[in-house]
Design a protein. Structure first.
Length: 62
């Protein structure tokens, strides 16, 4: 009887640990998405003259 209760206790603890890890994983992913979305981006435009023609080069970055 004690062995059965010990097994149930171990299974319960492992389920609780897995649930907490899942919650932490989801919270970490949500936090990472917010950090990436909150960063301002800089739009850089360069105008290059090649053989008398004006070319515009745009680059978006941090």
């Amino acid at each position: 009887m004690r062995a059965r209760f010990a097994q149930y206790g171990n299974e319960f603890i492992s389920l609780v640990v897995m649930a907490l890890m899942s919650i932490a994983l989801v919270a970490g992913q949500v936090g990472a998405v917010q950090v990436i979305d909150d960063r301002p981006t800089i739009d850089i435009a360069m105008h290059v003259m090649i053989n008398g023609e004006n070319f515009s080069i745009r680059h978006e970055g941090e």
